[in-house]
Ligand binder design. Structure first.
Ligand code: ZN
Ligand code: ZN
Length: 318
């Protein structure tokens, strides 16, 4: 058994910040999970299934659309701009301790984008002239993603009015943030109608995290996922957990599914979990996914096998 990774030790020291506030404890940089639902949210837009109906009446059962923030001191860098961006900025504000009162036109030190699917970038609209009117917010994106924003309305207005400044990944694309944290893009296969798609390796003094909310099944990766986790020395992997198993989608041909299934990901990564060197946490859950329910059989099975399901507010020390 390998020694416990730095991430686990730090987590133990920090306790559970989202539960008790943990205001008085020293806090280093962290990856703060702000949303864990697939693009359509939970409740899912227009859906009246039992799970979505419950999420409407019990906000604790709901999940915002998948995103996360790298927080270091009073600065925060958002990964993806979701349709829930306004509420997610509010969730972030106490964590960064930014002064309240009046409109904060610079609530973020920057933003990283994975790709141009609605759950991942349409929140940018709220940064524009009609809403926040952000000023020169650095947006880090692939050259294709940056060109998509620069060349298409209404996103081009954000660029023309200098609400955002596009920073294209260059070379390895590593961006150095505060607190000794770096963020490096990792291209992943996905439905790439408008742009290519990236995950991010987020490395801090205490731990290295991989954030891949959206991906084609792992078999489509040019390099096997376990090799990537080893090569990047990942302590914590937040991975696409859109669907749990084929049972969830009766009548659908598995070969056409655009996402890895949680049951397959667990089979692939079980040896790493058993070796004790890495945390694997599922995010970007579709409303049909039974793992959404914390007390359900799917969530229990995931925990039994040593994996985790992300929840909004989860903090991963970096
Ligand atoms: Zn998505
Ligand atoms: Zn997508």
């Amino acid at each position: 058994m390998r020694r416990a990774p730095a991430a686990l030790l730090s987590l133990a020291l920090l306790g559970c910040p989202s539960e008790d506030g943990a205001k008085d404890m020293p806090r280093g940089p962290a990856l703060v999970v702000l949303g864990t639902a697939q693009d359509g949210g939970l409740p899912h837009v227009g859906c009246s299934c039992e799970r979505c109906a419950r999420a409407r009446t019990d906000p604790g059962a709901g999940r915002k659309v998948a995103s996360a923030a790298v927080v270091a001191g009073a600065q925060a860098w958002l990964i993806d701009a979701t349709p829930d961006l306004p509420a997610q900025l509010e969730d972030l504000a106490p964590r960064t301790g930014r002064p309240r009162g009046g409109v904060d036109r610079a609530p973020l030190a920057g933003l990283f984008l994975t790709h141009a699917h609605v759950g991942h970038y349409v929140g940018l609209a709220l940064l524009g002239f009609e809403a926040l009117h952000a000023q020169a917010l650095p947006v880090h994106a692939s050259p294709r993603m940056a060109a998509f924003l620069r060349d298409n309305a209404p996103w081009d207005q954000l660029v023309r009015l200098d609400n955002v400044r596009l920073h294209m990944f260059e070379g390895a694309g590593t961006v150095t943030l505060a607190g000794g944290v770096t963020v490096a893009p990792l291209q992943v296969p996905h439905r790439d109608e408008y742009t290519d798609t990236h995950g991010f390796v987020i490395a801090g003094p205490r731990a290295r995290a991989l954030y891949v909310p959206d991906s084609a099944p792992w078999a489509a990766w040019p390099r096997p996922l376990p090799e990537v986790l080893a090569a990047e020395r990942i302590d914590v992997a937040l991975l696409d957990g859109c669907f749990y198993s084929p049972d969830e989608l009766p009548g659908r041909d598995l070969a056409t599914l655009a996402h890895p299934l949680i049951v397959d990901t667990m089979d692939l990564l079980q040896p790493l979990i058993d070796a004790g060197g890495v945390r694997v946490i599922f995010t970007h859950l579709n409303h049909s996914n039974p793992a959404v329910d914390p007390g359900g059989a799917a969530a229990l099975e995931i925990r039994r096998r040593g994996f985790e399901v992300a929840r909004d507010g989860l903090e991963i020390p970096l």
